[in-house]
Design a protein around this ligand. Structure first.
Ligand SMILES: N[C@@H](CCC(=O)N[C@@H](CS)C(=O)NCC(=O)O)C(=O)O
Length: 334
């Protein structure tokens, strides 16, 4: 075969036969996507009174289901502790992990996983009871600190105390219920996790939220994102672009309320987004209305944030769009 023919054939093969990949094929066969989520963290992933899972991380899974099936409901959830989550993904028990999981080089490489983007920028903080009258994390020398294992939290904690030449007594408990129980019962002086987690548990689990203070120090970078296994690039692409569609949708001013009207827009950027122009869905191995379905059924990133996180008192901060002073930035759909 001439040397130029092989790449040409390969290109033709790919151009004509784009699929959503084995994970998607399997999900289609099952009729749903299995989504690994938090066992119960307000704003991110928690069942409501009717047993419906709600939260920013739930919406991400709903977006992928909307893109793949045209139906955001074709989902099942597996609640996972920090320690269980990566094995559940590696073993194929879940198709996607969407659970306040920090993107690190170790997880992205040696665990055999891929982070499909960032859906929340956070950092680690400390919560204490107000009656201790603490003003700063630099006053925590000798403290007993409640922390969950298998987290970046546990590792950053050790780094921070070493770097500041302080000692601490780790109280390491796997289950969220139990670690919080230990903190609220006074078995530790401090509870440490991502600031969003502190805000969520203070709002949703403390007997009296006003009794607890979050100290001003933020000791790490915690970029959270959805995670997939190595080895299925098509699935990786679909998850990545489902998140991007939520962010691009917000940037374009497309909401669950106005998207139907906007399908008639003369703006070519919007025409591409809703699938009126181009074959972007086909390139992903799904329907060309994939992004329309996401916005219609789930909403844009800002809508998801406002529905899930604003009620807890979290502001957009770093999670604002890039053109409004934040870091949320998605590549163009074109
Ligand atoms: N972002 C950190 C920490 C994530 C984490 O698991 N945080 C705890 C504390 S809020 C949690 O979500 N626990 C809930 C559970 O174990 O189900 C990581 O990826 O390691």
């Amino acid at each position: 075969m001439t040397t130029w023919l092989a790449p040409l054939l390969l290109l033709l093969l790919y151009a004509n036969d784009v699929k959503a990949g084995p994970t998607a094929d399997n999900a289609i066969k099952k009729g749903f996507i299995q989504c690994g989520v938090n066992t119960g963290l307000a704003g991110f992933s928690q069942p409501d009174r009717n047993g419906e899972w709600r939260g920013l991380d739930i919406d991400l899974c709903r977006a992928v289901a909307a893109a793949l099936f045209g139906d955001a409901k074709k989902l099942r959830f597996t609640p996972l502790t920090a320690q269980q989550r990566f094995t559940a993904l590696q073993s194929g028990e879940v198709d996607i992990l969407s659970r306040n999981t920090t993107w690190t080089i170790t997880r992205d490489t040696s665990l055999g996983l891929n982070f499909a983007g960032i859906n929340f920028y956070d950092g680690q903080g400390f919560m204490v009871t107000k009656k201790r009258h603490l003003k700063s994390a630099t006053q925590l020398d000798g403290a007993a600190i409640c922390v969950q294992p298998g987290t970046t939290t546990e590792l950053n904690l050790a780094d921070y105390f070493r770097a500041n030449n302080m000692k601490f007594k780790p109280v390491v408990i796997e289950k969220l219920e139990e670690v919080l129980g230990a903190y609220f019962a006074g078995r530790c002086d401090v509870f440490t996790t991502d600031v969003s987690g502190l805000v969520a548990v203070r709002a949703a689990r403390a007997a009296n939220a006003a009794d607890h203070a979050i100290l001003p120090e933020v000791i790490s970078k915690e970029p959270f994102g959805p995670v997939v296994r190595h080895g299925d690039d098509h699935w990786f692409d679909l998850v990545k672009w489902s998140l991007y569609a939520m962010i691009d949708g917000e940037e374009l001013g497309l909401t669950s309320k106005n998207i139907d009207r906007q399908t008639k827009s003369a703006n070519p950027v919007i025409q591409r987004f809703v699938g009126a122009k181009g074959e972007f869905g086909k390139m992903l191995g799904v329907d060309n209305r994939w992004a329309y379905n996401i916005i219609k059924q789930v909403g844009n990133y800002g809508e998801s944030f406002e529905r899930n996180l604003t009620p807890l008192g979290l502001d957009r901060g770093l999670n604002q769009l890039w053109n409004r002073g934040g870091l949320m930035y998605a590549p163009p759909i074109r």
